[in-house]
Design a protein around this ligand. Sequence first.
Ligand code: NAD
Length: 307
Amino acid sequence: MTKVLVATDKPFAKVAVAGIRKVVEAAGFELALLEKYTEVSQFLAAVADADALIVRSDLVTAEVLDAAKQLKIVVRAGAGFDNIDLEAATKHGVVVMNTPGQNSNAVAELAFEMMLYQARGGFAGKSGFELRGKTLGLHAFGYVGKCMAAIAKGFGMQLFAYDPFLSAEDIAKEGVTPVASAEELYEKCQYVSLHMPANAKTKLSINHALLSRMPKGATLVNTARAEVIHEEDLLRVFEERPDFVYLSDVAPICKADIEAKYPGRFLFTAKKMGAQTEEANTNAGIAAAEQIRDFIVKGDKRFQVNK
Ligand code: NAD
C-alpha cells in the first residue's frame, strides 16, 4: 500500500491533519505521522519505507533522501522550498513540489496589517495617517502580490507593479498599473512591498540605489525573504533618510542595530509568521495531500519544482 509520511517538527493544526488524512485514506493510501521529532535519526527511520512525504520547514537533506529508498515524491506544504535539497532529490529521481498560492492571502494580510499599524503609530494614541490615495508598488506580482493588490484596492491605494516575468497586460488585467523597471517602481511609490523569491538574481538586490529613489515617507515592506535586502545599504538609507521606515516579517541580521538606532521607524514580527494562520496551514496541508494523490494516481506533475 502507498505510504504517505507527514514529517513535521512543528506539526500542522489538528484540522489540517484531519483534512490530509481524509484525502490520503480516500485514495486508498496509508498515512503515517511523525510530529515534533527531535532527532534526525527519527526522520531517517520514518522515511525509510515512505512512498510520499509531506513536510513544512523540515530539512529534506541528501541524508534524508538517501534513507528514503521508496520515495517518489516530496511536497513542501508552503511556497518556498529552500529547505529541500533539489539536486539530491533529482539525483534520486524524486519529484519535488510546493503548494503555490495556498498561503498567499495570509502573507498579504500580514503585510497590510503591518502597514496599517505603522500608519497609526502603533495605536499609541497619537494622530496618524491614512492609506487611501497613497502609492503602493508591488515588487513581484505572483500569488502574494496579487492578494496584496486585492486588499489595497479596497483601501483606495494607487497600485503599481513590476515583475520581469509577467507582461504589462498580465499586470494590467488585475487592475494594477505595470511599470517597466524596478527603478521606476521605487521612484513612483511611497510604499514598496516585496514579493519575489530569494534566488541568485534577487539576493542583495534591494539596495541603496533603489531605496534612495523612493519619495518622501518611504516605507519598505518585506514579507518575502531577508536575503533579498542589501543590509549595509539598508542601514545607510536609515541613516540618510529620517523618513525611511522598514516593516519586515523576515528579520535582517542587522535587526538589533536598527532597533537601537531608529526607534519608531521599523516593525519586526517576533518570528516569521506571514503564513502562520490556521487557514493557510490547512490549505497548504490538504493541497499537498491532493497533489500527492494526483501524482500517484494520474502522474500529474503540475507543481513540480525540480524539472
Ligand atoms: P510566486 O512564485 O507566486 O511569485 C513570485 C513572483 O516573483 C513571480 O511572479 C515571479 O515572476 C517574480 N519574480 C521572480 N524573480 C523576480 C525578480 N528577479 N524580480 C522581480 N520579480 C521576480 O510566490 P508567492 O506565493 O507570491 O510568494 C512570494 C514570496 O513570498 C515567496 O517567494 C517567499 O519568499 C515569500 N513568502 C513568505 C512567507 C512568510 O511567511 N513571510 C510565506 C510565503 C511566501
